[in-house]
Design a protein around this ligand. Structure first.
Ligand code: ADP
Length: 399
């Protein structure tokens, strides 16, 4: 059984074709600049040269058509016909309060994804376009929607509500939703496997630290809190996003600094975080170089602030769960930056979390980085949202 996983953005489309017998990625690729001049597709198959096609693609249907053509291409493809695709799994960013699990897509589901567009205006419309493009070209292939928000729907009301007038929740659905749910769910399940424990017995804190960053508290397999909120702007500091600030800063910037609403939104999303503090870059590799090799004080401050905010969430979630058995690091920075993991774990010994510096420096794959006998296990686990989407798609379409 082969499953096509699609992650559709406004002008890009990422895909993977996964064989579910051995969970092997047969091919993966990226289409960029859809509807813009210079559109192209790059497909990668293990052991082969990249397959690159540069040709105009006016819309997502044309992009999906090119993906399918590339997968069945006589010389560069990996399957002989479209019939070898059993199902399609779509990443959908926002499922609102309607979805706490992945779901088979039908007209009603499409309608409710559309309703959630007001909560994710940059993402859901693109996801819907991707679904419709696949529907046009593969009308008889079942499709599943896997939501970034679904895993966090188990948060209790006192965790997801903001202390704002209640009517804002009833009228505008303003509450915490959380994001990166597919990643938090995947790595927490993998952590339970590595610990040889049932996830229903564990208290896990997962730190997804990439361009976007979020921390989640997962008690007995259920998310009870997460750092991102109504939008992915809340929580820890990120590459270019501010994370938590005093909300009064927003009104101050409008009233005193005379910024427009759009300028404030842009400042908080694109000009803040470690980029805003350091003035160097949003990429941790550049910031680390500036901080540790060039003695750049603002870069050092950015690193310290970044680590401190994540540490705060770990402490807070240990309190929220009444303890913690395991801390997991994942995503671009979490998987690759030993110095960041060390900075975050420094001082967490009081919780029983003791980092093994040698193991931490050497970690390259899913592994333990805590010392033998550490009460709280610390793990690095590469995330794999596409595989999680494919697993859900298989389970739902075979049910
Ligand atoms: P996204 O949130 O876009 O999926 P990723 O999880 O791929 O992002 O993370 C991307 C980030 O990971 C980059 O911005 C970079 O800062 C960081 N990163 C990747 N490799 C390293 C490394 N070796 N050391 C430090 N940071 C790294």
């Amino acid at each position: 059984m082969n499953i096509l996983v699609i992650n559709c953005g406004s002008s890009s489309l990422k895909y993977q074709l996964i064989s579910m017998e051995n969970e092997k990625v047969l091919a993966k690729g990226l289409v960029e600049r859809i509807g813009i001049e210079g559109s192209n597709l790059v497909q990668k198959v293990e052991g082969r040269d990249k397959y690159i096609i540069t040709k105009p693609m006016n819309n997502h249907t044309e992009a999906v058509k090119l993906v399918l053509d590339s997968l069945i291409d006589k010389d560069h493809g990996v399957i002989s016909s479209m019939d070898e695709i059993s199902a399609v799994g779509h990443r959908v960013v926002h499922g609102g309060e309607n979805y706490s699990k992945s779901v088979l897509i039908n007209d009603d589901v499409l309608k409710s994804i559309e309703e959630c567009s007001k909560l994710a205006p940059l993402h859901n419309p693109a996801n819907i376009i991707g679904i419709n493009a696949c529907k046009d070209l593969m009308p008889n292939v079942p499709m599943v929607a896997v939501f970034d928000t679904a895993f966090h729907q188990t948060m209790p009301d006192y965790a997801y509500m903001y202390a704002l007038p209640y009517e804002l929740y009833s009228k505008y659905s303003i509450r915490k939703y959380g994001f990166h749910g597919t990643s938090h769910r995947y790595v927490s399940k993998e952590a339970a496997k590595m610990l040889s424990k049932d996830i229903s017995e564990l208290k896990i804190i997962t730190c997804h630290i990439g361009n976007g960053c979020s921390v989640a508290a997962i008690k007995n397999g259920k998310c009870i809190d997460t750092s991102m909120g109504f939008t992915p702007l809340e929580g820890v500091a990120m590459g270019t996003r501010s994370g938590n600030i005093d909300p009064a800063v927003v009104t101050f910037l409008i009233k005193e600094a005379k910024l427009s609403v759009d300028e404030v939104e842009n400042l908080l999303n694109k000009k803040s975080g470690v980029y805003g503090i350091s003035g160097v870059s949003s990429d941790f590799r550049d910031i680390k170089k500036a901080a540790f090799q060039e003695g750049n004080k603002r870069a050092e401050l950015a690193v310290n602030l970044f680590n401190y905010r994540i540490k705060q969430y770990i402490g807070s979630y240990a309190a929220a769960m009444g303890g913690v058995d395991c801390i997991v690091f994942t995503a671009g920075i979490g998987e690759n930056s030993a110095v960041t993991r060390e900075g975050i774990c420094e001082g967490l010994e009081f919780l029983g979390a003791e980092l093994d510096k040698v193991k931490n420096d050497a970690a390259t794959d899913a592994e333990y980085i805590s010392v033998e006998g550490s009460k709280v296990k610390i793990l690095v686990i590469p995330t794999d949202e596409e595989l999680m989407i494919a697993r859900d798609t298989k389970e739902i379409t075979l049910a």
